[in-house]
Design a protein around this ligand. Structure first.
Ligand SMILES: Cc1cc2nc3c(=O)[nH]c(=O)nc-3n(C[C@H](O)[C@H](O)[C@H](O)COP(=O)(O)OP(=O)(O)OC[C@H]3O[C@@H](n4cnc5c(N)ncnc54)[C@H](O)[C@@H]3O)c2cc1C
Length: 382
């Protein structure tokens, strides 16, 4: 069978490449090795937050909001428009909030400053002792990460007759010839396509291991927790806090960022890349995270499969400083992994003019993949 495009990897990055190619009417095959994706794309918060990004990633995120909104009108992807709120806990964080707001105002990206009183009216479980001021982005979305990608696949399978989705199919070969690429699976199946885009996330061994070994990619391990269901808890939307203001890209571009110092009690959290985010799921449970540990492609195993109790404790202590409900009433904990590049905001590597590796989007995939993939498809297919 011959396709215009074969996409390897059914996480959010691969799926949106397949989506945009299918929208153009191309004949597309998406191959995913697992029965369902179960890596970074399902292990995250589901926060769709262009406000955390700058430059082209802000533009991709903003475009993503539009497309997500359009699809959600046709098919329930599990998206809710409850906005995002960044809570400043001290004067430095307040300064960054004001500066980021000025930048977003200039780009006509709506936001609203909230006094501590207004914040507590909307989110009465935030502690008065923590909150100084906040910035709210009403247009931003949250997804249910354990449902979103499966529903998107369901939607695409019904919407595009020119798209085939095939699961339980690990690709182990992409062999280019003059006219096409032959793609091989572990089961010995083969397909031909004019182009192949490889979006394998953190899988570096099955395809092009030598390319990945020298790619400069590093893998990040993140620890996450989920409370028991708290259905009446008034904490809707994406809740981001002081350490996030000190970490996210949009704030690092602010004029005052260079002079901001980390308060001593937060030093250990910063060393572990900890910032505290909350995202209430539809069942009322609250996802709390996260921490960041890093290893190179060759040493991914050194990150381990366990969750480190000390890191969870650091996060829970800081989370409890922010909110009044019992953050220790946990139902589960897990770790998630994503690749990112040391020097580039995404890893793009072409093999000839028909095989295109697009991975290592880092911690912005739920927000940025949709807009980014649209541009990649436009560039590759004209
Ligand atoms: C804990 C955590 C929290 C996060 N929170 C957020 C958030 O709130 N907002 C946000 O914007 N981003 C967030 N992110 C980032 C986001 O989840 C990732 O950027 C995104 O999911 C990466 O998608 P991907 O498609 O590149 O990778 P993956 O989800 O890893 O998907 C890659 C897929 O490719 C498949 N595959 C690999 N090799 C092959 C092969 N040879 N053949 C067939 N299939 C193959 C794999 O099975 C896998 O399903 C978070 C990430 C984590 C881990």
């Amino acid at each position: 069978m011959t396709y215009d495009l074969i996409v390897v990897g059914g996480g959010i990055v691969g799926t949106f490449h397949a989506y945009h190619a299918a929208v153009r009417g191309l004949k597309v095959l998406l191959l995913e090795k697992d029965a369902q994706p179960h890596q970074a794309t399902v292990r995250n918060f589901g926060q769709i937050v262009p406000s955390g990004m700058s430059g082209r990633w802000f533009a991709y995120g903003r475009r993503g909001l539009e497309i997500y909104g359009q699809i959600q009108q046709e098919f329930d992807l599990s998206l809710r428009r409850n906005g995002s709120v960044y809570i400043a806990s001290d004067e430095d964080e307040q300064t960054l909030l004001h500066e980021v707001k000025a930048r977003f105002d200039a780009e006509s990206y709506a936001s609203e400053l909230l006094t501590a009183d207004r914040l507590l009216e909307r989110y009465p479980v935030i502690r008065r002792s923590y909150a100084r001021e906040a910035l709210f982005f009403p247009q931003e979305l949250s997804a249910e990460p354990n449902q979103f990608i499966h529903r998107l696949h369901q939607y695409m399978a019904g919407r595009f007759p020119n798209l085939t989705l095939q699961f339980r199919t690990a690709v182990v070969g992409c062999d280019p010839s003059e006219s096409h690429v032959t793609v091989r699976s572990t089961a010995g199946e083969t397909w031909q396509a004019g182009k192949v885009i490889v979006c394998g996330g953190g899988e570096f061994r099955l395809l092009f291991p030598n390319v990945f070994r020298t790619s400069g990619i590093i893998t990040s391990k993140l620890q996450m927790m989920r409370t028991v269901a708290l259905p009446d808890l008034p904490l809707e939307g994406n809740i981001l806090t002081g350490l996030t203001i000190r970490r996210y890209e949009s704030f690092t571009q602010c004029p005052s960022y260079g002079r901001i110092r980390t308060p001593e009690p937060l030093e250990e959290l910063k060393r572990w890349g900890i910032h505290i985010l909350f995202k209430k799921a539809v069942d009322g449970s609250v996802i709390i995270g996260d921490s960041h540990e890093y290893a190179s492609v060759d040493e991914v195993e050194s990150l381990g499969y366990h969750t480190n109790a000390h890191l969870n404790e650091l996060m829970l202590r800081e989370a409890q400083r922010i909110v009044t409900f019992d953050v220790r009433a946990l139902s589960e904990t897990w770790s998630g992994f994503y690749p990112q590049h040391g020097d580039h905001d995404v890893y793009e590597h072409d093999i000839g003019n028909s095989i295109h590796i697009r991975t290592a989007i880092g911690g912005k995939g739920m927000t940025g993949s949709c807009g980014y993939a649209e541009e990649v498809i436009a560039t590759l297919f004209g």
